[in-house]
Write a protein that binds this ligand. Structure first.
Ligand code: SAH
Ligand code: AVI
Length: 351
């Protein structure tokens, strides 16, 4: 079965029983094993990119965001600095829900602008990386004493309704171009899930990495995923560590090398782990899988956008684009959207 994100997930709706809605350890292990079996049985072997993010993977991603080659974080930071104060003053949201919050570093730009106009705010960071999310939430509570922080450990590729009411207006944010890690159909499903939770007064803020153009070469884009220090390669291999540790798989990390390239036809970066030599992986309940030298496992897609494709995703999901800002070189954009006037109006219009 294909789930949102074009990634294999068994069993539909996530059954959540742990703290902050986190799946119990046994359920997570069963899901990892099901995804591993499915992914390694495909003609193009693949693993869901959400499994990069244990605490080590989250920390490696944070290191990536500081790399010279990885421009998206720098450019998004600049755009947020320039536009967050105006947007926050106009919207004054009572709730900020952030999908794939990670270290919430850039979120602080939103929060600074927000608490300046509305000190008492609810912040709901949603992320699969539970331990990391708890640490980040703890730090935010210390730094923003008037902020109520309610973290949710959820998989955003599945419906993730919070089990508490959201104060309106709410701002839903999906930053870092994490939308790119979902294929276009899955991206529409994800945005539609958010739209279903939105009231007419709410807004959705999306960060999107843009396709190569006059101010952005394909080479510069590919460099962002092939840094000189090898941090992205380490991040890529971390997915195998996660499967070894959490699912009892036997990936030989040394047998795989990092590869990332831009596929112009699909408008996306693909990240792979390529076998340097024949290697075999075993896992509980799975027949050993032999991987030939040169064969690869695709570990991530990172779709790139333009204003038209983002507008289409919004439209298909029942949202309308209200603001679009990008840097001068056209490398990265922020898009702000509201519920479409011809939609059903979201929760405020339902009884
Ligand atoms: N928003 C941050 C982090 C981006 S990294 C930034 O802009 O820098 C992507 C984040 O999304 C990680 O924290 C990862 O754990 C989370 N993530 C990835 N797939 C996810 C999924 N399916 N459900 C929930 N969180 C996910
Ligand atoms: C989180 N996500 C949007 C990053 C991206 O650029 O697709 C993850 C990443 N993969 C390699 N480098 C960064």
């Amino acid at each position: 079965m294909e789930c949102r994100g074009g990634e294999p997930v068994r069993g539909g709706r996530e059954c959540t029983t742990g703290a902050a809605g986190e799946p119990a350890a046994g359920q997570r292990r069963a899901r990892l094993l099901a995804d591993l079996r499915w992914g390694l049985a495909q003609p193009q072997k693949s693993l869901p990119s959400k499994y990069f993010y244990d605490t080590r993977g989250s920390e490696l991603f944070e290191r990536i965001t500081g790399l010279e080659e990885y421009y998206p974080t720098r450019v998004e930071t600049e755009l947020l600095r320039n536009h967050a104060p105006t947007w926050m003053a106009a919207l004054a949201p009572a709730t900020l829900v952030e999908l794939g919050a990670g270290a919430a570093t850039k979120t602080r730009i939103l929060l600074d602008a927000l608490v300046a106009v509305r000190p008492s705010v609810l912040y709901v960071p949603v992320d699969v990386a539970g331990d990391f999310l708890r640490e980040v939430s703890h730090a935010l509570r210390a730094d923003y004493p008037t902020l109520e922080v309610r973290p949710l450990v959820r998989d955003i590729s599945l419906p993730f309704p919070p089990d508490f009411p959201l104060e309106r207006p709410a701002l839903f944010a999906l930053l870092g171009s994490t939308i790119g890690n979902f294929d276009p159909e899955a991206a529409v499903d994800l945005v539609a899930t958010v739209r279903d939770a939105m009231a007419p007064s709410d807004r959705f803020l999306l960060g999107a990495d843009l396709r190569p153009g006059p101010g952005k070469s394909k080479e510069a884009l590919e460099r962002a995923y092939n840094d000189a220090e090898g941090v992205t390669a380490e991040f890529n291999r971390n997915i195998l560590r996660v499967f070894n540790r959490e699912a009892g798989a036997t990936f030989d990390l040394e047998a795989f090398e990092h590869r990332a390239f831009y596929d112009e036809a699909k408008g996306r970066i693909e990240m792979h782990l390529v076998a340097r030599r024949p290697t075999t992986v075993e896992a509980p309940g799975m027949a050993p899988v032999r991987i030939a030298a040169g064969e690869s496992i695709r570990t991530e897609i990172s779709c790139k956008y333009d204003r038209r494709t983002v507008t289409e995703i919004f439209q298909d999901a029942g949202l309308s684009l209200e603001a679009w800002v990008e840097d001068e070189a056209g490398r990265y954009a922020l898009a702000l959207a509201g519920v479409s006037a011809d939609g059903d109006g979201g929760p405020e219009s339902r009884s």
